[in-house]
Design a protein around this ligand. Structure first.
Ligand SMILES: Cc1ncc(COP(=O)(O)O)c(C=O)c1O
Length: 397
């Protein structure tokens, strides 16, 4: 019996695969420092948990409207106003995490063979989600010398008559880079000129490490850009709510209706209790989110400094999200014990096998010669993990 074509092209998520290797090693008693997970180590804020308990006690346990309860759609719409985005609650569809929001968005706009331009390094799931929606990802490699930001010339080179959409992720996973308003405006104008949808993944919109730099959404840069943009967001990263699975799309009404219809026939509404918890996050947990942001910034400053002090390693200072994208090219072409180090995968393998540090090699993000270190983990682990990476380099190179 033959499975579908989609089943054969979709790969397991490399970050989740690493997470299960970490779990297996820990179960056997090894102290592993896990820099692979893109998940805050903080607890969900208490006010959010209380709202969930209250929802349960009040028997808020039935189906809700499939696009989400009005209160939550309204709360997301209000939150987006901070970024100069004016959406009606009816244009927000609440989904099971932003991953699901992405799947809904691509399902709503792609026909078989439609191309989507994806700048690399990219968050790994984009490629498989596009394929699951019968689309064709067209990867554009950005340059480190341009801070890993895609340029309009690079977009032009990737454009074909089959291009239907382009994807923007700012702040970016895995590089932590943030686009400027001018850059986004140019990209937005390119999309307008070529009649493209823009999928703008803004899941890290709150996690920006500069008082002067407020998150800029491409959809805020003019009505003609907004009309063709589907903003993707969620609570996983900024409110330490990965397990609650709350994300959303914000789009024009036609797209929102299509997305809601798709969702109504797949998952229906997201968990009713999580919806009440999400309202509390957006309306009551601003101080908690601010406190987490401060911690992330402290960790970023520490880890970026320590890594830049290690010979042969370098990275750009991330402006947002919680990842450091470290250039390991100077370690390649050498041997470490029985290991031959030819690629970033080999670096990650030795770090995991010999030094018990889990990182994600950049092949997972469509790029070479880098490893991604997530600093969404406690300071003890950050200090210990960087010490181990330092030892790995100093002992072998
Ligand atoms: C860029 C980006 N988008 C989307 C997601 C999905 O997050 P969630 O589905 O938990 O909202 C992630 C998670 O790592 C991410 O890094």
């Amino acid at each position: 019996m033959k499975l579908s074509k989609i089943a054969s092209v979709v790969c397991p998520s490399p970050t989740l695969t690493m997470a299960s290797r970490v779990a297996a090693k820990r179960e056997s008693g090894v102290d592993v420092v896990d820099f692979s997970a893109g998940e805050p180590d903080f607890n969900t804020p208490d006010c959010v948990k209380k709202a969930a308990v209250q929802a349960l006690e009040e028997n808020f346990t039935h189906y809700t409207p499939y696009a989400g309860i009005y209160e939550l759609r309204k709360a997301f719409a209000e939150d987006l106003k901070k970024y100069k985005l004016d959406y009606d609650a009816s244009q927000i569809v609440v989904s099971n995490g932003s991953k699901h929001a992405l799947k809904n968005a691509f399902a709503a706009i792609l026909d078989a063979g439609d191309e989507v331009i994806v700048p690399a390094p990219y968050w790994n799931s984009y490629i498989d989600i596009i394929k699951m929606c019968s689309g064709v990802p067209v990867v554009v490699k950005t340059k480190r010398s341009n801070g890993f930001r895609v340029t309009v010339d690079e977009l032009k080179a990737a454009f074909s008559e089959k291009t239907k959409a382009l994807l923007i992720n700012s702040p970016n996973n895995p590089t932590g880079m943030v686009y400027s308003e001018e850059e986004l405006r140019e990209i937005g104008n390119f999309a307008v000129q070529n009649d493209l949808f823009i999928i703008s993944d803004e899941i890290y919109n709150r996690l920006i490490y500069s008082k002067k730099l407020l998150h800029c959404s491409i959809a805020s840069l003019g009505e003609n850009i907004k009309q063709r943009t589907i903003v993707i967001g969620g609570l996983s990263k900024s409110y330490a709510m990965t397990g609650w699975r709350v994300g959303f799309t914000a789009s024009n009404t036609e797209v929102a209706t299509a997305i809601a219809n798709i969702q109504s026939n797949s998952t229906s509404n997201i968990n009713s209790i999580a919806q009440k918890a999400a309202v509390a996050a957006l309306t009551l947990a601003q101080d908690d989110a601010e406190a987490m942001l401060k911690q992330f910034e402290h960790r970023r400053d520490y880890i970026a400094q320590r890594i830049s002090d290690i010979p042969f390693l370098s990275s750009l200072l991330p402006k947002g999200a919680f990842y450091l994208f470290v250039d390991v090219s100077k370690l390649l072409g050498q041997s470490v014990g029985e290991y031959r180090i030819e690629t970033a995968d080999d670096v990650a393998e030795v770090l995991f096998d010999k030094y018990n540090v889990a990182v994600v090699p950049s092949g997972a993000f469509g790029y070479e010669d880098h490893i991604r270190i997530s600093y969404a983990t406690g300071m003890r682990d950050i200090v210990e993990g960087v010490n181990r990476i330092e030892r790995f380099v100093k002992e072998n190179f």
